[in-house]
Design a protein around this ligand. Structure first.
Ligand SMILES: NC(=O)c1ccc[n+]([C@@H]2O[C@H](COP(=O)([O-])OP(=O)(O)OC[C@H]3O[C@@H](n4cnc5c(N)ncnc54)[C@H](OP(=O)(O)O)[C@@H]3O)[C@@H](O)[C@H]2O)c1
Length: 220
């Protein structure tokens, strides 16, 4: 279950390396961030999954909000794909890390020392997302909310692992050429590579110009 907010041109942040929370802090996201947080629970997610780059960006570009966004219940179990073992974990409550089987011993030691639940799967460039999802299913997770960023979203899209797509569009256009988008992955090889969607619902949300679109992915 994919659920994120984006600009009308599908960018999920201002430019590479920037924390999208700055849109919320500046009051330009049309309340989309708050609405997306609520939707995780309304859409029945029982856990969330995010990418390693997003966590590193949040750490390097911290944004403090005057009025914090209430966490969805699903956030109680937060899965992060950190295949390369790049993150020095500080906050570990409810955390599950997915990393590669051949990640460095020092990283595994960190996970053990900090008593972080972890799954090791895949070798080489990336974790094996299919096996990771199977392991999460074994842990009792049934409806996983995919939260971004664009790299993880794109990898899940190309692996055929997404069943629903929920996007809240903020009333902004970002533009750019290297800025993360909703789905960043290898280019579509041909017309048949397009992912087709069936519309479930679309409507304005909140009072600040955001628009929610909810689709089911059509399997071919
Ligand atoms: N608007 C929103 O709702 C929203 C939500 C989240 C984030 N963001 C923004 O997104 C930006 C970061 O996004 P990003 O796209 O740069 O990074 P990202 O998606 O957070 O990180 C890339 C992730 O994809 C994984 N990955 C890439 N290809 C893969 C493959 N083939 N198989 C398995 N895993 C694969 C990477 O694994 P490794 O760890 O192994 O490299 C990593 O976990 C930040 O600026 C943040 O502010 C926006």
């Amino acid at each position: 279950m994919f659920n994120v907010f984006a600009s009308v041109d599908g960018r999920i942040t201002t430019s590479p390396g920037r924390n999208v929370l700055e849109w919320t802090g500046a009051g330009v996201d049309g309340e989309a961030n708050r609405i997306v947080h609520r939707l995780y629970d309304e859409l029945g997610c029982d856990a969330l999954i995010g990418g390693s780059e997003s966590i590193l960006v949040y750490g390097n570009h911290w944004v403090e909000l005057d009025s914090p966004i209430p966490s969805p219940k699903a956030m109680d179990t937060f899965v992060v794909v950190d295949g390369r073992g790049r993150i020095d974990w500080q906050y570990t409550k409810g955390l599950i890390v997915v990393t590669r089987s051949d990640v460095s011993p020092a990283y595994v030691r960190q996970l053990e020392d900090k008593q972080i639940h972890y799954i090791q799967t895949g070798t080489g460039d990336h974790v094996d997302l299919v096996l990771a999802l199977e392991a999460l299913y074994e842990l009792g997770i049934r409806r996983l909310g995919l939260t971004g960023g664009g790299g993880l979203n794109g990898a899940c899209l190309r692996a055929g692992l997404i069943d629903e797509v929920s996007v809240v569009f903020s009333p902004v256009i970002v533009g750019g050429t290297h800025t993360p988008t909703l789905f960043d992955c290898e280019d579509a090889a041909e017309l048949s590579s397009l992912t087709r969607l069936r519309l479930l619902c679309t409507r304005p949300v909140g009072d600040e110009g955001a628009l929610w679109a909810h689709y089911r992915i059509v399997r071919q």
